[in-house]
Ligand binder design. Structure first.
Ligand SMILES: N[C@@H](CCC(=O)N[C@@H](CS)C(=O)NCC(=O)O)C(=O)O
Length: 322
């Protein structure tokens, strides 16, 4: 079942509009419920489902958290095709040209992520973004904001998990203030900063994004000197949130988004080492990173930036060995 509502302008990144000054503003997510013991959405094995794209840095946060917490048997996953086109993110049945994607087993007739949003709310008027945390029981969206989903995964299922997985805490009480502080400027200037640079449609909007981005990378480079983690010598959500942007940096953001004052592999040795250790030593990071999805998505889907849809062959390798 595909919605008959015409939602093309809401789902086509090719029709993306910038602000009058040429800058890009990301809209807030719309579904903001929580999985918790005393609410509508109680923690249960097999009840919830994640819809993700391997291309999307925000969705990849949730894949990393799910794997770190050992929630693979609790929360199933559907991976969409990286070809985000006219109707937004397609399931496999709507894009036979990309084999490494899934159909929506729970709703086999759906063709796109937008159909899910209309199942949850037939009057939905926002963007059709991934990740989507879906409730199979109430047939609706619990939450579509990655920063909130990873915090739910961190704690909501702990009483159902083996002790070693329950003990993993990516938002530890003692470090919350520091993590929140880092998240704030990393989100604005790095995670979203690359998009602001890439989608800017004026020189000044671009420069207003790209200089603060590199200033923040310089700051992170100092912070990571001799360190495996950003905060408190332990793996936290601050690492996850930075990793998903830095891993896409050399393959995509340097070229496609014009973030090219430096790249990570030559310009930032401390960030580079921190990132390679996470990728090569921790399968939650490696298994959630698919460079073919990443490159295909940005260069194919964002025709405002790359009208030819030609995907560059480099850099080689996608990530260097340790
Ligand atoms: N704030 C959201 C952002 C999610 C987001 O923007 N996802 C992008 C893909 S990287 C998307 O699905 N965009 C579709 C659209 O904007 O139409 C989150 O962190 O979950």
């Amino acid at each position: 079942m595909t919605s008959t509502k015409n939602a093309t302008d809401m789902s086509d990144i090719g029709k993306l509009k910038t602000e009058p000054d040429g800058s890009f503003k990301r809209l807030a997510s719309s579904f903001r419920n929580s999985i918790k013991n005393d609410g509508q959405f109680i923690p249960e094995k097999g009840r919830y489902h994640l819809y993700v794209s391997y291309a999307c840095p925000w969705a990849t946060r949730t894949l990393i958290a799910r794997k770190l917490k050992g929630l693979e048997d609790f929360i199933s996953v559907t991976v969409v095709s990286p070809h985000m086109g006219q109707h937004g993110w397609p399931f496999k049945n709507a894009d036979p040209s990309w084999q490494d994607a899934d159909d929506d087993i729970a709703h086999p007739n759906l063709q796109h992520i937008k159909d899910l949003y209309f199942l949850a709310d037939q009057n939905y008027g926002g963007r059709f973004t991934v990740p989507v945390l879906w409730d199979n029981k109430l047939n609706t969206i619990v939450n579509n904001e990655s920063s909130e989903i990873i915090r739910m995964l961190n704690t909501a299922f702990n009483h159902l998990l083996p002790a070693d997985k329950a003990a993993i805490d990516i938002y530890p009480e003692a470090h919350r203030q520091e993590i929140d502080g880092i998240n704030e400027w990393v989100y604005d200037t790095v995670n979203n900063g690359v998009y602001k640079a890439g989608f800017a449609s004026t020189q000044s909007a671009y420069e207003n994004a790209v200089y603060p981005l590199f200033k923040s990378l310089d700051r992170l480079e100092e912070m990571l000197k001799g360190k495996d983690y950003l905060v408190g010598n332990t793996l936290t959500e601050a690492d996850i949130r930075l990793f998903v942007t830095t891993i896409r940096f050399d393959p995509v953001y340097v070229g496609h988004f014009k973030c090219n004052l430096r790249d990570i592999r030559h310009g930032y040795p401390n960030i580079h080492l921190w990132m390679r250790k996470l990728y090569w030593n921790n399968d939650a990071f490696k298994s959630s990173t698919k460079f073919d999805h990443i490159k295909e998505h940005y260069y194919w889907s964002q025709t405002v930036v790359n009208p030819s849809r030609v995907v560059p062959v480099g850099p080689v390798p996608d990530i260097e060995p340790l």
